[in-house]
Structure formats: C-alpha cells, structure tokens
Design a protein around this ligand. Structure first.
Ligand code: HEC
Ligand code: HEC
Ligand code: HEC
Ligand code: HEC
Ligand code: HEC
Length: 345
C-alpha cells in the first residue's frame, strides 16, 4: 500500500469515526429524552428503541450490499453507504463494502441532504423533495434517456424520483404536457411521508418498504377509508369495462403495452440486461436495430415496472405515459379506455 493511500484511508477513518461519534451521541440523546418510540418489548424482554430500529433495518434491502456493485467506481455512490456519505469516488479507497447502513443517512452527505431539501436528479434540476432529497439522490434512473441512443439503455432499477417528478420517460413530442397527481408529488417530505410513516411517538418503521398494515395511517388522511394501496381509480384506464383499483389498472395497462411491443417485433420478445435492452424476433434471433417507437415503448414500460409502485407514485403521469406509449407504437388509443389527455388538448 502506498503512503498516499495509507494517509487517505486514515483521513477517511478519522472523518468517519467523527461522524459515527456524532451519530452515537444523537442516538443516546434520543434514547434519553424518549424521542421517537418508547422502549418496546419482545417475548417479555425489553428492547431499546435503537435495537428495534436496527432490527427493522436488518430486514430491509438496504442492509445488504449487492455483490455486482462491489469494487466498481461507477456503482458505489449509490450502492455503498460509506462512499455515499463521504463522497468517495474510487472503490479502491474503500476499506470494506457496506450497504446503506445507519451512517449513510445519518452522517456526512446523507445528513446534509435531509436538511438541503432540494436535489438535482438527471431528468430534473431542483426537485423540491424535503427530506426525500436523501432517497431521491439514489432512487433515480441514473441517466437522461435519448430516443436516438443506438445502445438502447434502460432506466436503472430504482427510477422512483423520475416518476414522482413527472419528468422521467421518453416522449414522442416535446410539447406533450403531462398530467401529474399533485397531491402525491408535492408532499412536504416526499418519499419519507409515505415510506417512513409517523405516529405521535415518532417514525414507526425503518424497513423503508410500504407495509400494507400502514396503508390506513399513510393514505387515509387524504383518501377516506383507505385500507390498502390499491385505491379505486377515477376511470377505466385499461379499457376492460371495469373501474378497478389503480394498481390493477396500471398492471393491466403494462400488459397491454408489453403485448403491443411484442406484436411490433412480429411475435418476438425483449429483455433488459447489463444496462441495455435486447430485442429478439419470433425465432429468438437478436435484432441489431429496432425503430425508435419500439425503444420509446420499451423504455417507458420498464420505467413503470422498475418504479415498483404500480402507479401510486404519480397516478395521472403513469397512466398517461403508458397510454401515450401505446399510441406512439400502434397509432391508436388503448381500445375502450378512459384516456388521460395532454393538458394542452
Ligand atoms: C435510508 C436512510 C436511513 C437509514 C439507512 C437509517 N435511517 Fe434512521 N432515519 C432516516 C430518516 C430519513 C429519519 C427521519 C429524520 C431524522 O430524524 O433524521 C430517521 C430517523 C431515525 C431516528 C429518529 C426516529 C424518531 O422517531 O425520531 C433514529 C433513532 C434513527 N433514525 C436511527 C437509525 C439507526 C440506528 C439506523 C441503522 C440501524 C438507521 N437509522 C438507518 C433514514 C435512515
Ligand atoms: C445511498 C443510496 C440510497 C439512499 C440514500 C436510499 N436508498 Fe433505498 N435503496 C438503495 C439501493 C442500492 C437499494 C437496492 C439494494 C439491493 O437490492 O441491494 C435500495 C432499496 C430500497 C427499497 C427496496 C426496493 C425493493 O425493490 O424491494 C426501498 C423500499 C427503498 N430503498 C426506499 C428508500 C427510501 C424511502 C429512502 C429514503 C429514506 C432510501 N431508499 C434511501 C439505495 C439508496
Ligand atoms: C444513481 C444511483 C445508482 C447507481 C449509480 C447505481 N445504482 Fe444500482 N440501484 C440503485 C437503486 C436505488 C436500486 C434499488 C432499486 C429498487 O429496488 O427499487 C438499484 C438496484 C440495482 C440492481 C437490482 C438489485 C435487485 O435486488 O433487484 C442491480 C443489479 C444494480 N442496481 C446494479 C448496479 C450496477 C452494476 C451499478 C454500476 C454499474 C449500479 N447499479 C449503479 C441505484 C443506483
Ligand atoms: C404517496 C405515497 C408515496 C410516496 C410520496 C412515495 N412512495 Fe414509494 N411507494 C408507495 C406505494 C403505495 C408503493 C407500492 C407498495 C406496494 O404496492 O406494495 C411504493 C413503492 C415503492 C418502491 C418499490 C418497493 C416497495 O417498497 O414495494 C420503492 C423502491 C419506492 N416506493 C421508493 C420511493 C421513493 C424513493 C420515493 C421518493 C422519490 C417514494 N417511493 C415516494 C407510496 C409512496
Ligand atoms: C396529502 C394527501 C394525499 C395522500 C397522503 C395520499 N394521496 Fe392519493 N391523491 C391525493 C390527491 C389530491 C389526488 C388527486 C385526487 C383528485 O384528482 O381528485 C390523489 C389521487 C390518488 C389516486 C388516483 C386515482 C386516479 O384515478 O387518478 C390514487 C389511486 C391514490 N391517490 C392512492 C393513494 C395511496 C395508495 C396513498 C397512500 C400510499 C395515497 N394516495 C396518499 C392526495 C393524497
């Protein structure tokens, strides 16, 4: 190891233990003052508040580093908690690999983002996201799509901020004005208002996943009587003659679009692998090129698929993007569907 690297690593360790110390002090303070939840008990044994949070975090995907990203400079700023918190750009400067651990969000850059409240993501400058700036800094598509890009890249696996801002996806025409569900995209702490719900004792979960048992707490303040996330849509967006839950409408619209893409490939198929789409004909032969409209539809399909909320992040935008992608591809509207139209129309 060169002297330069030893000095660098020592600096990192000193800065990080400084952060860690502040974090531990903060935790002790919260335990003492009883901020957050009171001590709970499990099998009759009292467990501390921090232990409860730690157990929730361990059960979350954030706790596990992803092997495919370890040691890769272009992945660590989102996939490695230490690289994120200390803004370390080179994997060789990391002493170990960490997932998104406590220090990721409670020290360094993570702490700064929680108070900065505004974040630039590739598709949108100055997204006002409250504490959700923290989540959005990693949960975006990691690029700006270009319909002419011959490599045909797909949106990265966590493009939630692209959907929430309504700036994600590929549009056929610049002047189409997309609708947004403002009630969702202008929540003061964005992601955190839904994914880390609060009761009067504090934040009730550190699993970060939307737990169905919290649907009432999170959604019913605005949607009377909500008991799950599949809240009834306003219209029959998929054209099957029924007005179902929005998540069902969106899943069905995705199936319709997928079918249309395959039909356009003459009964072929498409997969997203190692950063780019691969399109195949009906004999399984890899196609060198596909028309732009096929790429547009495939990109937008994957944007909504990888977003994972089945439309909830921004219902009107998601429905319109899927319906428009279908129209760009086939030249007609989704048959029988209640359409979300261009605002300008
Ligand atoms: C992905 C980001 C993230 C990770 C990882 C994370 N937290 Fe948090 N945590 C937050 C956010 C956001 C809040 C709410 C704002 C705040 O109080 O900082 C929070 C709040 C807290 C609170 C205060 C809760 C309350 O009700 O006031 C404690 C204590 C805490 N976290 C401890 C931990 C511990 C311990 C770990 C690791 C086991 C951890 N956090 C991991 C994001 C994270
Ligand atoms: C430092 C980057 C980073 C930050 C900050 C971050 N995440 Fe993540 N998150 C990830 C990565 C990377 C994964 C995937 C982990 C894996 O599969 O190894 C993930 C996974 C998740 C998952 C699970 C997704 C699934 O498909 O099961 C949820 C939910 C999630 N994050 C929500 C949040 C929320 C809410 C916040 C803000 C409080 C947040 N994340 C902050 C990087 C981040
Ligand atoms: C801009 C931040 C960012 C960068 C840079 C990034 N990722 Fe991710 N990645 C994420 C987030 C966030 C998730 C979790 C998405 C979800 O589950 O919703 C994720 C998920 C993944 C998954 C899917 C994991 C699973 O369990 O399904 C793979 C594979 C992956 N990333 C590979 C990579 C590789 C390889 C690189 C570098 C070439 C990379 N990522 C760079 C943010 C990023
Ligand atoms: C209006 C509430 C709301 C907001 C705001 C919100 N989410 Fe979600 N999110 C949901 C719901 C509901 C689901 C779908 C859960 C289900 O069906 O199981 C979801 C799904 C997800 C998923 C897929 C994995 C999972 O947990 O099931 C990720 C990752 C995610 N959201 C991250 C984010 C990020 C990052 C932000 C901010 C950019 C955000 N969310 C903002 C409500 C919200
Ligand atoms: C802060 C208030 C607020 C919260 C919290 C909220 N919503 Fe909404 N939601 C709205 C508003 C406002 C609209 C637009 C309603 C309208 O156009 O009349 C909306 C629209 C919707 C729609 C769209 C229906 C359609 O066809 O356009 C669905 C579905 C929905 N919300 C589900 C949810 C779910 C699930 C949650 C909890 C994870 C949630 N909402 C949390 C305010 C909220």
């Amino acid at each position: 190891m060169s002297l330069k690297r030893i000095v660098f690593l020592l600096t990192v360790i000193i800065i990080f233990s400084g952060c860690a110390n502040n974090f531990v002090k903060d935790l002790e303070f919260r335990e003492k003052t009883g901020l957050g939840k009171s001590n709970g008990s499990q099998d009759g044994i009292t467990i501390s508040y921090t232990d409860q949070i730690t157990a929730q975090w361990i059960a979350s995907p954030h706790a596990k580093p992803l092997a495919a990203t370890v040691g890769r400079d272009e992945c660590i700023r989102c996939h490695d908690g230490m690289a994120f918190a200390l803004k370390i750009g080179q994997a060789q400067d990391l002493a170990a690999s960490t997932g998104q651990d406590c220090l990721t969000c409670h020290s360094g850059y993570g702490s700064q983002l929680k108070v900065r409240e505004v974040i630039d993501i590739p598709v949108k400058k100055d997204f006002i996201a409250g504490m959700g700036a923290l989540c959005s800094s990693c949960h975006n598509s990691n690029g700006v799509p270009d319909i002419n890009d011959p490599r045909r890249p797909y949106p990265h696996y966590g493009p939630q901020a692209d959907v929430l801002t309504g700036f994600g996806g590929i549009r056929e025409a610049e002047d189409v004005q997309y609708n947004n569900t403002y009630g969702h995209i202008s929540l003061s702490e964005s992601c955190i208002d839904c994914h880390m719900p609060k009761n009067k004792e504090g934040f009730i979960t550190h699993t970060f996943t939307m737990e169905p048992e919290n649907a009432e707490l999170v959604c019913a303040s605005c949607h009377n009587g909500a008991k799950d996330f599949n809240i009834k849509a306003k219209m029959d967006y998929d054209g099957d003659g029924l007005i179902e839950g929005l998540q069902d409408e969106v899943l069905e619209l995705m199936d319709i679009l997928e079918e249309a893409i395959r039909a356009e490939l003459g009964g072929g198929s498409f997969v997203a692998s190692r950063g780019v789409f691969q399109f195949y004909d009906n004999e399984g032969k890899l196609l060198e090129q596909v028309p732009n409209k096929v790429y547009l539809a495939a990109y937008n399909y994957y944007l909504i698929k990888n977003d994972g909320s089945k439309g909830i992040h921004n219902p009107l935008f998601v429905v319109q993007l899927l319906q428009q992608s279908y129209k760009s591809l086939t030249g007609r509207d989704v048959p029988g569907a209640g359409l979300v139209r261009d605002i300008g129309e």
